[in-house]
Design a protein. Structure first.
Length: 117
C-alpha cells in the first residue's frame, strides 16, 4: 500500500514487457521466460484464489508474448516446468539446465551465421 494506492508487481499486468522496452530503448532485445507448462504438482484438486490468479497471470503473459514476439531479437524459453513455481531451493538444479539450453540456442545461431550455403 502507498497512501490510498495498492501497488502490485508489474509482472501481474505485463510479465514480458518488450513492447515498453522497444519504445524506450534502441538496440536488440533478448527476452527469456520459463516454459509455460504446468506440472501436476502445481495443479490443485480444486481451484483456489492463488491458482486462479496464477493461471490468469500466465494467460496474460502468453497473450503479451504472442503480441510482442516480433519485437524480440533473441528469445529463450528453457524447459524447466518440472520444477514448481515456488521451488526456490531448486535454483542450483535449474541454473545449469538454463545455461545448457542457452548454449544450445547460441550454438545454433552461430552455426547459422557461419553457414556459407
Amino acid at each position: 500500500m502507498d497512501d490510498d494506492n495498492i501497488l502490485v508487481d508489474g509482472g501481474v499486468l505485463n510479465n514480458l514487457p518488450v513492447d515498453l522496452i522497444s519504445r524506450k530503448m534502441k538496440g536488440n532485445i533478448i527476452a527469456s521466460r520459463v516454459d509455460k507448462s504446468i506440472t501436476t504438482r502445481d495443479k490443485p484438486k480444486l481451484p483456489n484464489i492463488i491458482s486462479t490468479l496464477y493461471q490468469s497471470s500466465m494467460a496474460n503473459t502468453d497473450m503479451n508474448t504472442e503480441k510482442n514476439i516480433g519485437l524480440i531479437d533473441l528469445y529463450f524459453e528453457p524447459q524447466v516446468s518440472k520444477y514448481g513455481l515456488m521451488q526456490w531451493l531448486a535454483f542450483d538444479q535449474i541454473i545449469p539446465k538454463w545455461l545448457w539450453y542457452a548454449c544450445q540456442i547460441l550454438s545454433e545461431l552461430d552455426e547459422i551465421s557461419n553457414y556459407q550455403g
